[in-house]
Structure formats: structure tokens, C-alpha cells
Design a protein around this ligand. Structure first.
Ligand code: SF4
Ligand code: SF4
Length: 163
């Protein structure tokens, strides 16, 4: 009897609390900014340095690039095999230009293994989707860059005056 009342007490104590259950997939979760979902990729930022492919512990990134007419390295192909990617985030950590980043895309159920090879067009579309869904994150980043540039501008004359 005591056990029953104890259990009932726990149940009743939960009734006024805020519900945490989501009606997924009708209601999508709002993941935090540092959520490690499937990658997004910005081809024009990639310098084909191979650092992401070298650090990848499962060797699931394959890419190729070449120098353009301005002698700058440009990416030609960039594929990730999500059959073996463990979403460890190492590739985005080492990328010097932030061409590859994590996103909040997480629904990756497929009928064939081949469908888990995603190329740079899919990854770039994922970047566009991410930008569209999170304009506030890009605005905050732009504001931070602007503030840093302003602070650098303000510091420059002082340094020149000091010299
Ligand atoms: S998240 Fe990890 S496993 Fe996946 S591609 Fe990047 S480095 Fe490789
Ligand atoms: S995604 Fe980044 S780390 Fe990978 S090749 Fe391009 S610039 Fe280098």
C-alpha cells in the first residue's frame, strides 16, 4: 500500500511540470548550435588542403581539387561516406577556412548503402537549408565579426600613436 501511494505521489508531482515530450516528427526538435549532425559544406571556401580527410579517423572523406587560372586551390569533388562517419567533428575542427561544418540535420535513414555517400552538392544544399532555418545564428556571427573589426580599427591609431 505504501509503495502504491509513493508511486502515485511521484506521478502527481509530475503533473504540473512542463512537458518535455515532443510530438516528433510533427514537431521537430530545436537542437543547440553545437549539435553534431550531418555536415554542411561551402565549396567556395575550400582550398583542397586535405586536412579534413587526413584527420578523419574512419577515412570517410574523399576529395579532389586543382589550381585554377589564378593559381588558387579549388575543390572539384568532396564526398562523405555516412555509412562509416561517426560525426566526431574532427574534420570541422581542423578546417582552416570553415568550409566544412556540422549542421542539425539528423534524419539519415536510407534504403540502400549507396545513398549514404553524399557529394558536395548535397552538402552545399544542406548549408543553404541551415542558413535558411537559422538566420539569427548568421546575424550573430556577422555582428561578432563587425565588432572585432571595429575594435581592431580603434586599436590601430593608438598603437601608431604609441610608436
Ligand atoms: S565527423 Fe569525424 S568521422 Fe565524420 S567525416 Fe568528420 S572526421 Fe570523419
Ligand atoms: S574542407 Fe577544409 S580542411 Fe577539408 S580540404 Fe577543404 S579547406 Fe581543407
Amino acid at each position: 500500500m505504501f509503495g502504491f501511494l509513493k508511486g502515485l505521489g511521484v506521478t502527481l508531482s509530475q503533473l504540473p511540470r512542463k512537458k518535455v515530450t515532443l510530438q516528433y516528427p510533427d514537431v521537430m526538435p530545436e537542437w543547440p548550435e553545437r549539435f553534431r549532425g550531418v555536415h554542411r559544406f561551402i565549396p567556395e571556401l575550400c582550398i583542397s588542403c586535405q586536412q579534413c580527410a587526413r584527420i578523419c579517423p574512419t577515412s570517410c572523406i574523399s576529395l579532389s581539387g586543382a589550381r585554377d587560372q589564378n593559381k588558387k586551390m579549388r575543390i572539384d569533388t568532396f564526398d562523405i561516406n555516412f555509412e562509416i562517419c561517426i560525426l566526431c567533428d574532427l574534420c570541422t575542427e581542423v578546417c582552416p577556412t570553415e568550409a566544412v561544418l556540422m549542421s542539425d540535420t539528423f534524419e539519415m535513414a536510407k534504403y540502400t548503402r549507396d545513398d549514404l555517400y553524399l557529394d558536395m552538392h548535397w552538402l552545399y544544399e544542406n548549408e543553404l537549408r541551415y542558413e535558411k532555418n537559422h538566420p539569427e545564428r548568421f546575424a550573430a556571427a556577422a555582428e561578432a565579426v563587425e565588432a572585432a573589426a571595429k575594435a581592431a580599427d580603434e586599436a590601430a591609431p593608438k598603437k601608431a600613436g604609441d610608436a
